[in-house]
Structures are given as C-alpha cells and as structure tokens.
Design a protein around this ligand. Structure first.
Ligand SMILES: Cc1cc2nc3c(=O)[nH]c(=O)nc-3n(C[C@H](O)[C@H](O)[C@H](O)COP(=O)(O)OP(=O)(O)OC[C@H]3O[C@@H](n4cnc5c(N)ncnc54)[C@H](O)[C@@H]3O)c2cc1C
Length: 469
C-alpha cells in the first residue's frame, strides 16, 4: 500500500511525515536535483507552531529563529498585535522557508523516508484500484498520488482539475542582493519599496510599474536597478545578486482537492497574493488535515467519506485565505481613492476584538471544521487547546498525547468513557470528556454544565474513525 507524494516543498514533506508516522509506505519525488537555495518565505505562524507541537517537533523549529509578537495586515504603520490570540504561541516565528524544509526533510528521514530528488512526475493514469505514475518516464504503480507540486502543478493539470480565480493584475519584484553602500538604504518601508534585513544580504521588494510583456522572462539586475531608481527617485547601487524574481496577486483555487485517487495540497490547490505571508502555513495545515485521513483510507480503516472530508474542510479554509490575502492586496494599492478605506480599516483594527478576530483568521487559529454532530461548545470543531493534564503516572498535555498522530479520547471527570485516557485537568474541572482527532481538532466534548449524550460520542467516533468494536 503506497502513496506517492509529488513535490518536496512544505506540503509534501509534512504530508509524507504524517503518512510515515501512521505506518503507510510513502515515496516522495521532486524534480529538482536538490533543495532550491532560493528562500521564498520567512515565517511560521501560530497555527503551524501548534501543529508542529502536536507532533513533538516544535523545539527544533523554535530554536531556528526569533519570535515576534506582532504581524501586519495591509498597513505597515499599524502592527497587528498577536498576543491576544487563543494559542500557546501568540507570535510569528522568523524562520527561513529553506530551514523549515530542511527540518521537515530531516524528520522524514528519521521516519525512514528519503526524498528522491531529481525525479519528475511526467504523467499518470488512474484506475479503480490504483494510479500508474510516470516518473522520469518510468511507470510506478501506487495506491494514491498526491500533487504537492506547487502553483503550476503538473498533477493538477493532468487530472484536469479546474483552477478558477482572479487573473494577476499587479506584479511585484523581489531581489536578494547586497547594497554597495549599506548606509544608502535603511531597513523598512521607503514609499512602496520594502527593504528587509537578511543574514549577509538584503531582500528588496517593490511593485513593478506596469505588467510585464512576458511574466516568465527572468528579472535582470539592471532592470531591477532601474525600477528601484524610479521608485526611490535616486540610484542605489546593488551588488551580488543571489535571487531575482517576480510574483503576482493572482488568486486561484482548485475546484476539487480530491479526484478519485489523485489529491492536491498546498500551492497546487490554491494560490493567493503573498500579503500576510501565509503560504507555507496553509500548506502545512492542508498536509496535517489530509495525512491521517489518507492513512486511514490506505490502511482500509476509514469510515465512508473520510477522504472527501479533506476537500470539504480545506477548500473553505483555502477560500478564506484567498479572501484575507486579496483584501490585504487591495488595501495595499497605491491608489489614493483607497486612503479613506485604509484609514477606516486601520481604525477598526486598532479595536482589540477586531485585532484579535483578524489575527486568528489570518493565522488560521480560528479555523473550525464542521463537527457533524450537534453541540455548541466553542472548542467543538476547533483545535483543542493544549490542556495540561495529570494522569496516574505523569504530567502530560494534549499536544504530547497527539505525538503519534492517533485519535485521543480524554476521560476527565466522574463519567466513564471506556477506551479513554483517564486524566485530570485542573484548569477546566467542568470537563467530562473530549474526543480529539489526530490533527488536533475537537470531535466531541462534554462538560458537567452541558453534558452530551453517549450516542453523540458514538456518532463522532463513527464519523471520523471506524466504529469501536
Ligand atoms: C516571493 C514570495 C514570498 C513568500 N513568502 C512567504 C512567507 O513569508 N511565509 C509563507 O508562509 N509563505 C510565503 N510564500 C508562499 C510559499 O513560498 C508557498 O506557499 C509554499 O512554498 C507552498 O508550499 P508547497 O509545498 O505547496 O509548494 P512548493 O514549495 O512550491 O513546492 C513544490 C515542489 O514540487 C516540485 N515539483 C514541481 N513539479 C513537479 C513534478 N512534476 N514532479 C516532481 N516534483 C515537482 C518543485 O520542485 C517543488 O520542490 C511566499 C511566496 C513567494 C513567491
């Protein structure tokens, strides 16, 4: 029973780890000869940190960069306060995407899976009982193929999955370079030019004045230098170009995330303006939602419809990301007609509840999946908080119990919940029981003030896991 993951970016590496943890044979291929040295993202947000904590690998990520308790929503003059979010990690972690990928690849190797670099998916044919994938021209038979192969996904195109959305209207240019005279350009915003410090170089991001004739045309240093001069009104000498590229505000989403035995995750399933710096984070969230469901399906223990729930849950989450990033891109336009809207929106985000709402929306902390059972407890469908617990033997917590990526039933009060982990939760003495999915979301919850009948627990079990025997 094998799954092939096409693409060793954040989505593919995280997904492969989840599958390996569940005991599924997984093969990861990437067409690049080795990991790209070019670093797109530089951040992990609170939801990603929560997910990594639930797999016991958070410390190695936290050790790799500083944490910052604020972020930005469209207006750099108004930082978004992250400290009020309901999370153990009310900050953003500054960590290079290349480091995130390296750490995920190392973890994957610890689980016995080595990425097959230099292997490209060229084609596939799907049958009722499997998928024949052509990798570097050679056929390989697998049970499922997951396209984690980025925004121009070959898998998505071959599967003929529609990718509707909005065309690119604005283009940005990015240069990782050195300044000939470091005193000539300070870090921060200079009108529409954003200068970001990086170890040993600077990243300069600016808007391209007009859409390029050919958007795939490589960006040259002379051209970038000229656009920078026009934007600043003076020449700043750049040297040692490491990486020059172009990005756009296009926003698109795959119509279907699951097409039989072919599945999409990460940028292959959705692209959006880079505002808010969330792409890596959404890719990880897709992977953690999909991993346990695909594992149960491959291992023959999934209830009906479990794999389809990946689309049902992550498509709306992706649509939300398109909405928040497009809103930011619009508010970030230079158009002076937008000034009143920007000002008003800025005033609103200064209000604490609005700030909290936007911070939790952007980071995905408030992501709630339909629990498919009645109940109105605020945790139902959302990430179960990382409760501190005492069992007969030890002090533990929800995150630790989820390290093996198995469901957890907490038996917390006087009520007997056979099969559960017997524990006390001093912070929440009213809790009777909580059923937690492997991705950390609450599937069922009962309290002494709002006790839930046994049949709702059985319904939740039957919805997400095979019925208990
Ligand atoms: C300028 C810029 C800045 C960004 N900054 C941030 C940020 O600060 N924070 C953040 O969270 N996100 C950021 N992002 C977004 C982030 O980089 C992406 O969302 C993220 O990389 C998506 O991960 P992925 O695994 O889905 O795809 P990718 O990282 O694109 O990985 C896809 C992999 O698939 C491989 N592949 C492609 N085709 C095939 C094939 N046919 N066969 C085999 N392998 C194949 C590729 O070689 C690649 O390794 C930024 C993006 C850009 C462009």
């Amino acid at each position: 029973m094998t799954v092939m993951v096409a693409g060793a970016g954040p989505a593919g590496l995280m997904l492969a780890g989840e599958l390996a943890l569940a005991g599924v044979a997984v093969t990861v291929v990437d067409r690049l000869p080795q990991r790209s040295p070019y670093c797109r993202g530089f951040t992990l947000n609170a939801r990603s940190l929560e997910l990594l904590d639930r797999r016991g690998i958070l410390d190695r990520f936290l050790a790799a960069g500083p944490t910052v308790p604020y972020s930005m929503f469209a207006d750099p003059r108004r930082p978004l306060d992250l400290t009020a979010m309901d999370t153990d990690h009310p900050y953003v972690l500054g960590i290079a995407q290349t480091t995130v990928e390296q750490l995920l690849e190392e973890r994957l190797a610890e689980l016995g899976v080595v990425v097959r670099w230099g292997h490209e998916v060229n084609d596939f044919t799907q049958a009722d009982d499997g998928v024949t994938v052509r990798v570097n021209g050679e056929p390989e038979r697998v049970d499922y193929l997951v396209g984690c192969d980025g925004s121009r996904s070959t898998v998505r195109k071959l599967a003929e999955i529609g990718f509707p959305g909005t065309e690119a209207t604005r283009f940005g240019l990015l240069a990782d370079v050195a300044l000939a005279d470091p005193g000539e350009l300070s870090f921060g915003m200079h009108g529409s030019v954003f200068v970001i410090p990086r170890p040993g170089y600077v990243r300069i991001v600016l808007e391209e004045p007009a859409p390029p004739g050919d958007r795939d045309q490589p960006v040259g240093l002379d051209y970038f230098q000229q656009v920078l001069r026009e934007a600043l009104g003076r020449r700043v000498e750049l040297r040692e170009p490491r990486w020059l590229t172009r990005f756009s505000d296009a926003a698109r989403q795959a119509e279907r995330y699951v097409a039989g035995r072919v599945i999409l995750a990460g940028d292959a399933a959705h692209i959006h303006p880079p505002a808010g710096a969330v792409g890596v984070n959404v890719a990880l969230a897709d992977a953690v939602n999909l991993g346990w469901k695909l594992a149960a399906t491959v291992l023959g223990r999934a209830p009906d419809g479990l794999l389809d729930s990946y689309h049902e849950e992550r498509h709306p989450a992706g649509a939300q990301v398109l909405r928040t990033t497009r809103a930011q891109a619009t508010l970030g336009r230079k158009d002076p007609d937008l000034d009143p809207l920007r000002d008003l929106f800025g005033e609103l985000t200064d209000l604490a509840p609005v700030n909290k709402h936007i911070a939790e929306l952007m980071t995905g902390i408030s992501t709630r999946y339909d629990p498919k059972i009645p109940g109105d407890h605020p945790w139902l469908g959302r990430l179960t908080p990382n409760l501190k617990l005492t069992t007969d033997q030890e002090q533990t917590c929800v995150a630790e119990l989820l390290h093996p990526a198995r469901p957890v039933l907490l038996e917390l009060g006087d009520r007997a919940l056979p099969g559960g982990v017997r524990a006390h939760c001093p912070e929440h003495p009213d809790l009777e029981g909580v059923l937690i999915r492997p991705d950390g979301h609450t599937a069922w919850i009962s309290t002494t003030t709002d006790p839930q009948p046994e049949d709702t627990l059985h319904a939740a079990m039957a919805t997400w896991f095979s019925p208990r025997r």
